[in-house]
Design a protein around this ligand. Structure first.
Ligand SMILES: Cc1cc2nc3c(=O)[nH]c(=O)nc-3n(C[C@H](O)[C@H](O)[C@H](O)COP(=O)(O)OP(=O)(O)OC[C@H]3O[C@@H](n4cnc5c(N)ncnc54)[C@H](O)[C@@H]3O)c2cc1C
Ligand code: FES
Length: 271
C-alpha cells in the first residue's frame, strides 16, 4: 500500500462520497474533531475535510461534491494516490463528555457530527442525535446513527414517509427541554449553526459549533480562516475548528464566506 493511496471510495448518497485513505502511522494520532488538508493533483487546490474515522493506518473522509476539487476527488478510484494529505490538523473536540448532550448535523455536517457521536460512544456516553437533510436522496449514516443512540430525530425538508418533514430547528426547543440537554454540538450550514446558537442562548444551554471558513494552507500562515470572536480574533485551522457558539460573530463569518461563493454548506440555509 502506498502513502495517500485510496483504499476504498463509494457514494453514500446523492453527491456524498466516503473515502478511506492509507496515511500511515499518523492516523494513530488523530483525535475526534480534527481535520486534514488534501490535494488530489499537483496542480489542484488544497482543501479541508474532517477526519470521520480512523484505523491504525487509514482515515475515512465523507465529502459533498460542490466544486472542482471535491468533484475531482469523487472521480478518483480505489488504488489512486492523492498528491498530498496533511494531518491531523486543528484542535481536538472541546465537548464536555459529562454533560447531557444533543448532537446536531445538517447536510454533509452530519459526517462531522458522526465523528463526535463516535467519540461519546467510545466513552459509553449516550447522546440525543438530531440530523437534517434537504432531500431524501441526500440522507446518509441515519441507520448507523439510530443503532448508536437511544433517541434520534431525522428531518428531511421535502415530503417523505421515512423521516420527519422539516428542518432541525422544528422541534429543537422541545427536544432540548424534554431531554434536559445541557450541551449542544452542531455542524452544518452556517445559518443553521447561527440559528441553533440563538435557540441555545434563549434556553441557557452551552453550544459548540464546528466552523467551516475558507482555508488555504490549514496551518495558520494565510489568514484565510479568520473568525471574529467576542474576545478577539481566532484562526479556525489552529484554534478551531470548534468554538463556543455564543462567542462567534456569525454575521462577519457569513460576509467573509460570501466573498468566495454562494454554496449552501458555507453560506447556508438551515438544513
Ligand atoms: C475544518 C473544515 C472541515 C471541513 N470538513 C468537510 C467535510 O468533512 N466534508 C465536506 O464535504 N466538506 C467539508 N468542509 C468544506 C470543504 O472544505 C469544501 O466543501 C471544499 O473545500 C470545496 O472545494 P471545491 O473545490 O470542491 O469547491 P469550490 O468550487 O472551491 O468552492 C465551493 C464552495 O466551497 C467553499 N470552499 C472552497 N474552498 C474552501 C476551503 N479551502 N475551505 C473551506 N471552504 C471552501 C467555497 O466558499 C464555496 O462556497 C470542511 C471545511 C472546513 C473549514
Ligand atoms: S487556513 Fe490559513 S490561517 Fe487558517
Amino acid at each position: 500500500m502506498k502513502l495517500n493511496q485510496i483504499i476504498a471510495i463509494h457514494a453514500l448518497a446523492n453527491s456524498i462520497f466516503e473515502a478511506e485513505i492509507y496515511v500511515g502511522e499518523w492516523a494513530q494520532n488523530v483525535q475526534a474533531g480534527q481535520f486534514l488538508m488534501v490535494r488530489v493533483h499537483a496542480q489542484g487546490e488544497r482543501f479541508p475535510l474532517t477526519i470521520v474515522a480512523t484505523t491504525h493506518t487509514s482515515v475515512t473522509l465523507v465529502f459533498r461534491v460542490i466544486g472542482q476539487s471535491t468533484r475531482i476527488l469523487s472521480e478518483s478510484v480505489q488504488g489512486d494516490v492523492l498528491y498530498e494529505v496533511l494531518g491531523p490538523l486543528g484542535k481536538p473536540t472541546i465537548v464536555d463528555l459529562n454533560k447531557k448532550t444533543c448532537i446536531i448535523g445538517g447536510g454533509v455536517g452530519n459526517a462531522i457530527s458522526f465523528a463526535i457521536l463516535k467519540h461519546f460512544n467510545h466513552h459509553n456516553q449516550d447522546v440525543i442525535y438530531v440530523g437534517g437533510f434537504k432531500k431524501l436522496n441526500e440522507v446518509f449514516y441515519a441507520s448507523a446513527i439510530e443503532t448508536m443512540v437511544t433517541s434520534s430525530y431525522f428531518y428531511v425538508e421535502e415530503g417523505n414517509d421515512q423521516y420527519l418533514v422539516g428542518n432541525v430547528l422544528k422541534d429543537l426547543k422541545t427536544i432540548i427541554e424534554s431531554h434536559n440537554i445541557a450541551q449542544v454540538y452542531c455542524a452544518g450550514p452556517l445559518l443553521m449553526m447561527a440559528a441553533v446558537t440563538e435557540y441555545c442562548k434563549d434556553l441557557n444551554v452551552d453550544v459548540i459549533v464546528s466552523l467551516n471558513p475558507i482555508m488555504v494552507d490549514g496551518i495558520g500562515m494565510c489568514g484565510g480562516c479568520r473568525v471574529e470572536l467576542t474576545d478577539g480574533v481566532a484562526f479556525a485551522c489552529l484554534d478551531g475548528p470548534e468554538f463556543f457558539g455564543h462567542d462567534v460573530n456569525f454575521e462577519s463569518l457569513r460576509q467573509r464566506n460570501l466573498m468566495y461563493d454562494d454554496d449552501d454548506y458555507v453560506k447556508g440555509e438551515p438544513t
